[in-house]
Design a protein. Structure first.
Length: 217
């Protein structure tokens, strides 16, 4: 298959498997989504979803969160890993939102990326899932699958993002990002598939016999 043929097949198959993919992180609005995505760095969504209900019982808006001590936030998110750094970022970000943005999460990628603890991927998720702005958030898992499926040169996650955007229609980006995540978890995980096992890998590369070697981002 040529790259465009692979992309077409992958999108059609993912649409069959996951026609209505839900956002995996529990949240009620753009602010709680932003906090949840920040917490998900180097942590599973499952773990984040166990932590955020208690955190949001303490504070679920910028003003309330800004009034909490960093220690209180840290205690609430401790099991997510990197909790001191994440707690500090959540506190500082909440103060900025309250003081400079009227307690509202701005629907602006560049502004989001200036907030403590918010990188390009986190900002992309919020733009995509909270505001519906076409974005293609790429984490290490999507980066890995895009390499396995021959959709990117695999230099880094930003390059992968650009490659995927060039291959798929803009109106599919927000949904496709989630569909790839769900497929990766169910069929093409880092340990469950080496590029020769899952359906998509086998159909896209029927002659591949050896495990696919990924390029680190």
């Amino acid at each position: 298959m040529l790259k465009k043929q692979r992309a077409k097949f992958i999108q059609e198959r993912l649409e069959e498997l996951y026609p209505n993919p839900a956002i995996p992180l529990l949240h009620k609005d753009s602010y709680t989504l932003l906090v949840a995505v920040l917490l998900s760095a180097q942590c599973t969504d499952e773990r984040v979803n166990k932590v955020t209900p208690a955190l949001f019982d303490l504070a679920d808006d910028p003003a309330s969160m800004a009034r909490l001590s960093i220690e209180a936030i840290d205690n609430a998110v401790r099991s997510c890993g990197l909790s001191p750094r994440k707690a500090k970022a959540i506190s500082e970000m909440s103060q900025i939102l309250e003081l400079e943005h009227g307690g509202q999460v701005p629907a602006d990628m560049e502004t989001l990326e200036t907030f403590p603890g918010v990188g390009h991927k986190t900002a992309s998720v919020v733009m995509s899932q909270a505001f519906g702005v076409p974005s293609f958030p790429v984490d290490t898992h999507i980066h890995r699958l895009a390499q396995r499926w021959g959709l990117t040169s695999g230099k880094n996650v930003r390059q992968t993002e650009e490659d995927l955007k060039s291959l798929f229609p803009e109106d599919s980006w927000n949904k496709l990002h989630l569909q790839i995540i769900y497929y990766g978890r169910e069929y093409c995980s880092s340990r469950g598939c080496n590029g020769t096992i899952c359906e998509i890998c086998k159909i896209c590369f029927p002659d591949r016999r050896k495990p696919f070697l990924h390029k680190k981002s």
